[in-house]
Design a protein around this ligand. Structure first.
Ligand SMILES: *Cc1c(COP(=O)(O)O)cnc(C)c1O
Length: 393
């Protein structure tokens, strides 16, 4: 072999005796075949076979298998973000003339996806109350998918996954659930009869605020084929480097979620004592919609919750949040850093009807709980003082 060729072709080296605890990062667009016939037959390798980098390398396979095992699913496919995992499900399952039901508490970009992209494809959507009390009236022959998210974004309504899945099944309708908040450590939608369990791995699985990824886990092999087919047809893949970061995050997810969840519950309880706090929306508390269902269907809580507050003005809210020294201001959650963001419920939400309600959403990270408590005392102390001042004659 001449030098120029040697630059391209590595000599074979032995892997004998090499055993590591972590999967390798296998980068590949091209997969090579032993024979021309092998190449011609590559489609026979099935949805999990290796035939082209778009379909993933062994690094992705390990992560898919681990997520599937955690969700109690037979199959899993990965997407480059949580949102793309949701849109993949909808694009794979829905056709022109179909309708999807989404809860009013859904992750807001899903609502936008339905109102813009799906509407443009002739796919309708209806918004139902998170408690599903209005769902019987919304069912119809055109409903193909019921999407759930529990607890819901910001307002944290808990949904009865088992009851909704049973109702859907009786009507031959597929169900999917966004399981990002709980992770399969605390809630396993498939065991409750849901067909599709989705996660934004961006949050607790990634766990370090430096990665975006989503997963879709299912049991039904035909549904899995449809999802894989849609993913490949759209030309979507995830990088093995990102997969290896999520694999690293998963190893510590159990202790991170357990620790941060416990600290979050303590801090949530503490916040109830502030005058400016109207309600602490956390599934462990009885005044969080569906908390009894959570106690029945889940096995704990993660570390993100919402505080509904009373503020004289948004300027006061902004000034209060800026008192924080440990909490950073930013979206996303589930990382080592604690975060807080102001939120105002806009008019697009129908339920619960609290127009103009103001919230602070908190994600508890891994800092010393005493520092976090001091920080919250600064923020909510500021709010309380401003409220008392506004009320003074
Ligand atoms: C963040 C989030 C998503 C979207 O995940 P990305 O990876 O940011 O696209 C979806 N659902 C829920 C509940 C989320 O919190």
């Amino acid at each position: 072999m001449r030098k120029l060729t040697r630059c391209v072709h590595q000599p074979a080296v032995s892997h004998e005796g090499f055993a590591a605890l972590v999967p390798g990062v296998h980068r590949a667009s091209t997969i090579v075949f032993a024979s021309a016939q092998d190449y011609r037959d590559r489609k026979q390798r099935g949805p999990d076979g290796y035939s082209y980098g778009l379909n993933g390398t062994p690094t992705a396979r390990v992560l898919e298998a681990q997520i599937a095992a955690l969700e109690g699913a037979a199959h899993c496919t990965l997407m480059p973000s949580g949102m793309s995992a949701i849109s993949l499900v909808m694009l794979a399952v829905l056709r022109q003339g179909d309708r999807v039901l989404i809860p009013d508490s859904v992750y807001p970009p899903v609502r936008k996806f339905c109102a813009t992209m799906l509407a443009g494809l002739g796919i309708a959507h209806s918004i139902y109350r998170p408690d599903a009390s209005d769902m019987p009236g919304l069912l119809g022959a055109d409903v193909r998918l019921i999407w759930m998210e529990s607890p819901g974004s910001t307002t944290m309504e808990v949904q009865d996954l088992r009851a909704i899945a049973a109702l859907a099944r009786a009507h031959g309708i597929l169900t999917g659930c966004d399981n990002t908040w709980a992770t399969p450590l605390l809630l396993r939608p498939l065991e409750l009869g849901v067909d599709i369990a989705m996660q934004a791995l961006t949050k607790y699985a990634g766990g370090h605020s430096d990665i975006l990824m989503g997963s879709v886990a299912v049991n039904d092999p035909d549904l899995y084929l449809r999802l894989k087919e849609a993913r490949t047809t759209l030309g979507i893949s995830v990088s093995p480097d990102d997969c290896s970061l999520v694999l690293r995050g998963l190893a510590s997810m159990g202790v991170r979620v357990a620790h941060a969840g416990r600290v979050a519950l303590e801090l949530a309880g503490h916040l109830r004592s502030f005058a400016s706090v109207r309600r602490v929306l956390h599934p462990a508390f009885a005044d969080c919609e569906g908390s009894a269902t959570w106690a029945r269907e889940a096995t704990g809580h993660s570390a993100t919750f919402t505080v509904q507050i009373e503020v004289p003005s948004l300027a006061v809210l902004d000034a209060a949040i800026e008192q924080a020294r440990i909490f950073a201001i930013g979206a996303s959650w589930g990382g080592a850093h604690s975060l807080m963001v102001p939120m105002t419920m806009d008019d697009t939400r129908n339920w619960p009807p609290v127009p103009g309600a103001t919230y602070i959403r908190l994600s508890i990270g891994l800092e010393d709980p005493r520092d976090l408590r001091d920080d919250l005392d600064r923020v909510f102390g500021h709010l309380d003082a401003a409220l008392a001042k506004a009320a003074a004659p």
